[in-house]
Design a protein around this ligand. Structure first.
Ligand SMILES: C[S@@+](CC[C@H](N)C(=O)[O-])C[C@H]1O[C@@H](n2cnc3c(N)ncnc32)[C@H](O)[C@@H]1O
Length: 230
């Protein structure tokens, strides 16, 4: 399989995005554009079937989310990923969505990934360096940090968009606090049974929460619990 941005790899990536649209997973042109620009194969190990619509193990009891979940979350957050806005990606894993967020908010915006496994942070930075988001990483509008994402990343708060890539037993208060009025957070919530919650902070600071779909994510937990297999 081609893994660079030329040749059949990028065509297979485009086909994957087109299929997701045909299956009705998403309809946004902006989301199609960014997913076509960021080649998923650059974010998974050699030999991994990068374009199959399924989550895949990336080590450390973590997974890269399935393309349909990436597309769903990007579409839910699209209005909060306009040029110049700020986005936080909690549990950034491979860095795929952080790269998409960075491209959508552009060099005047800010995209921050927070991941608690240092090895995944290091490999995600290497992945991003190979991708279309590399210039944004170089100039500093995209960065990935080692940290407990349950605490958010206060340094660049408040955020227009927060994405959480692992299921929380309940929505962490620091993440609500770091959401801008008018901002939106997408977060899987639950243990055995999980819902993808859409959390909108209204302009008066109140919060509205709705459930979008049932999902299955790895838990948002401590590093020790994750490395021990939860
Ligand atoms: C489904 S995986 C990766 C999702 C990422 N969007 C991707 O597709 O590559 C969820 C990630 O959350 C991380 N994680 C779990 N609990 C965390 C925490 N408390 N703080 C930061 N990262 C956490 C895991 O290590 C894992 O990489």
């Amino acid at each position: 399989m081609e893994r660079n941005s030329s040749g059949s790899g990028i065509n297979k990536n485009k086909q994957m995005v087109e299929q997701l649209q045909q299956y009705g997973v998403f309809s946004s042109k902006k989301v199609a554009e960014v997913m076509e620009t960021v080649d998923r194969a650059l974010f998974v190990a050699d030999g991994t079937p990068a374009y199959v619509d399924s989550p895949m193990a990336i080590g450390y009891n973590a997974t890269v989310s399935a393309p349909h979940m990436h597309a769903t979350c990007l579409q839910l957050l699209e209005q909060n990923l306009q040029p110049g806005m700020r986005a936080l990606d909690v549990g950034s894993g491979t860095g795929y969505l952080t790269a998409c967020f960075a491209i959508m908010v552009g060099s005047q915006g800010r995209a921050i990934g927070v991941e608690h496994i240092p090895e995944l942070v290091a490999s995600s930075i290497k992945n991003i360096e190979k991708s279309a988001a590399a210039p944004l990483l170089k100039e500093g509008s995209l960065s990935v940090h080692v940290g407990d994402g349950r605490e958010g990343w206060p340094e660049h708060a408040p955020y227009d968009a927060i994405h959480v890539g692992a299921a929380a037993p309940e929505i962490p208060q620091p993440l609500i606090d770091q959401l801008k009025p008018g901002g939106r957070m997408v977060i899987p919530v639950g243990k055995m049974f999980q819902d993808l919650n859409v959390v909108d902070k209204n302009l008066d600071g109140s919060v509205s929460i709705r459930s979008e779909i049932s999902v299955r994510y790895v838990p948002l937990t401590s590093r020790d619990a994750q490395l021990k297999g939860y």
